[in-house]
Design a protein around this ligand. Sequence first.
Ligand code: ZN
Length: 267
Amino acid sequence: MVCAAAFSYRRKDFNDNFGKIRQASAACTKYLEDIGTAKWSRKYFPGNRYNLLTSNVAEQLNNALSKSRASPVVELFMFIQRMLTRWFSARRTKSAKHRGAVTPEVEDVMQTHIRLTKGSKISNITSWSYQVKGVFGHTNTVSLENKVCTCQVFQHLKIPCGHALLAADSIGYPHSQLFGDCYKTQTWKETYAGVIYPEALLGDHPLPPAIERLSLQPPKTRCPSGRPKDKRYPSTGEIQVPKKTKLNRCGRCGVSGHNRTNCKVPI
Ligand SMILES: [Zn+2]
């Protein structure tokens, strides 16, 4: 139900789906209202979400870096450089091979949109506006000029909805003109055109005198007691579900409640 509400494009659909949540669980309703609809729903998010609805993009990078997080900072930088070079190279190769006007994932989204509006009837309103009547009787109005449709998909995703694609087909307008620039293959290629070079040998690059004279010592800090924390702090509104802890058993007798140092069981 939360997914249905979060992915709704129209205000009415959102309200209907949120109404179901309201009926099902007061606690869940309060939780979602406290977070604020702008933070989790596509309809009320103030910016552009495109076709992505992810909780936190930084989480994914955090996860990829988790293995090297405990390393010294220079090692960590080298790890990041190698990882990003690998990622960039794979994406550069993939985008260079691609022949379509938009990325393969967006082409798939477009194919889904075409499938969903199959059998619809189209009628002309003005030279750029069309009315599309679906097989179930729903009517949508699309404007190719302003790239908007009453189904809200076109303007929210910047990917043409099935109605817009039908309208474009009726006048022979190329589909590629309807997509946002961010989805085009050219933008995809340009995104990964940059190169992150590996670290140079010391002395390979001339250093400014001010930096060369600088004596940089590690900061004076007190090492906190205990094992360093390697888990990140939860962000606002995030509830961490505690993992099921394994019952600690004594390594000598196998009984829980004590360990092998204070084990008194005669063996
Ligand atoms: Zn539409």
